[in-house]
Design a protein around this ligand. Structure first.
Ligand code: ZN
Length: 294
């Protein structure tokens, strides 16, 4: 299917506000197919990937990467998403088959599937140590939790809205969201207008159901604030794994472990967690790797 997923960036209120919005139906559906996700799992991972893509757009360097790790006590068992600043995202959930009744609002119960726990954002900016920020999950609904992360960990007042709609046949109907943030020096007028706009918005899920675009989403959030769209880029699910990378990870198992695997005398198959691609290593490969292992 043609990839219609894209992300926009905008500025508003004399640069006192910035905004991001994304439509991500194709890439969320691709993740659903790769990982055989139940509707709740597709919604949870889809929301996190959509939020992460917009956060990736905030990264400056071409080699910068951002990883979000959600660990909760709910049945999904945790989610992990990695993104770069080129609009490429990948991710997985620990348990892909979670089924729960809808919540009171009639939506997929993502909060119930995630449970209580933590959300950690790791920003790798190519420096010696990555920036790591962890917060307690607010609701497990992902958007609330990312809002909380921005306020607590980065001290940026933000509003995050995310949504994923799933068809009866479990395919993804719509996915997307927005982030708006106040920049330093925002005036009371701008803040109250923004708050009013956000309050008047329907849920992202409901807005997506009406077939709205990222431009529409930001248009609602930034109404009356002279929004100017400054960037638009395609976004996609992209893994980028290869045999060398998997081999380097295997070497980290150490000499003893590799030796015992080689002595089993059978090929081993390693599956990439992000794209499920299988890589096969023969006992001969494993022996050769022992020479490079510690
Ligand atoms: Zn892969």
């Amino acid at each position: 299917m043609e990839n219609r997923d894209y992300m926009i960036r905008a500025t508003a209120g004399n640069a006192m506000v910035r905004g991001f919005a994304v439509t991500s139906r194709n890439l969320v559906d691709e993740a659903r197919k790769i990982h055989s996700l139940s509707p709740i799992c597709a919604a949870a991972l889809g929301r996190l990937m959509s939020g992460a893509l917009m956060m990736g757009d905030m990264l400056k360097g071409d080699k910068d990467a951002l990883t979000i790790n959600v660990e909760g006590d709910g049945p999904i068992g945790g989610l992990l998403v990695t993104v770069n600043n080129k609009g490429q995202v990948k991710g997985y959930v620990k348990n892909n088959a979670v089924v729960l009744p809808n919540n009171e609002a009639g939506h997929l119960n993502v909060g119930g599937a995630v449970g209580n726990g933590t959300l950690t954002v790791i920003r790798d900016l190519g420096l010696k140590d990555p920036y790591v920020g962890t917060i307690q999950l607010l609701s497990g609904e992902i958007a609330d939790d990312l809002t909380c992360y921005f306020v607590e960990s980065e001290q940026i007042p933000s509003s995050v809205g995310l949504g994923v709609l799933v068809n009866k046949d479990f395919s993804v109907m719509e996915a997307g969201g927005f982030i708006v943030q106040l920049m330093p020096g925002a005036t009371e007028d701008v803040i109250s207008k923004l708050e009013q706009n956000i309050q008047n918005m329907k849920s992202v899920t409901d807005i997506l159901r009406d077939g709205k675009t990222p431009e529409d989403l930001l248009g609602m959030a930034l109404d009356g604030l002279d929004m100017e769209i400054t960037d638009k880029m395609p976004v996609e699910y992209h893994c980028g794994c290869d045999k060398d990378r998997v081999e380097r990870a295997l070497v980290l198992l150490g000499k003893d472990e590799l030796k015992s695997l080689a002595e089993d005398g059978e090929d081993i198959e390693i599956k990439c967690q992000f794209c499920q691609k299988a890589y096969t290593f023969s006992p001969k490969d494993l022996k050769e790797m022992q020479l490079r292992a510690k």
